[in-house]
Design a protein around this ligand. Structure first.
Ligand code: MN
Length: 151
């Protein structure tokens, strides 16, 4: 009985360790994003800061459940690579879209939009902002609770 019991305990520990290792994000969460442009708890790791050589800013953004950006536009557009969880994105005047791990989102230049987590799941994306010599982002109003899907 006892050897079997300890074998099972070891088995459960190995399995849970493996699952945790798989769920560990590749990059650090970074610092808290400001409440003036994000609602809820959001973390940003500036993987590649903007500079005049590449004119391309790359950030790793972690949205905890319920968190989202304010409405905004990118003067030169943006690519979002979703690496974990489930979230939402929406262009002004269009339906909310569910996005999840493995999705690629193209935010067209000058189009008002927002992105964030779902109420029940965190979401991580890598945001690539090209051609920053044309501008990066213009922040607009918060995504109000009435605009944000309940689930
Ligand atoms: Mn955006």
């Amino acid at each position: 009985m006892k050897p079997f019991f300890f074998t099972m305990i070891a088995f459960v520990l190995i399995i849970s360790h493996t699952v945790q290792a798989q769920e560990q994000p590749a990059f650090k969460k970074g610092e808290r994003a400001p409440g003036t442009t994000f609602t809820g708890t959001v973390w940003v790791n500036y993987l590649i800061p903007n500079d005049s050589t590449f004119n391309c800013a790359v950030g790793h953004v972690t949205f905890e459940a319920g968190a989202r950006s304010f409405w905004h536009t990118h003067q030169a557009g943006q690519f979002l690579l979703v690496t974990a969880g489930q979230g939402y994105t929406q262009e002004r005047g269009k339906p909310v879209q569910l996005i999840q791990k493995g999705d690629v989102v193209i935010c067209k230049a000058g189009v008002e939009h927002w992105h964030g987590a779902t109420p029940g799941s965190s979401m991580i994306h890598i945001a690539i902002n090209p051609n920053t010599e044309n501008g990066l982002v213009t922040w607009l109003k918060p995504v109000m609770d009435a605009e944000y899907p309940k689930k």
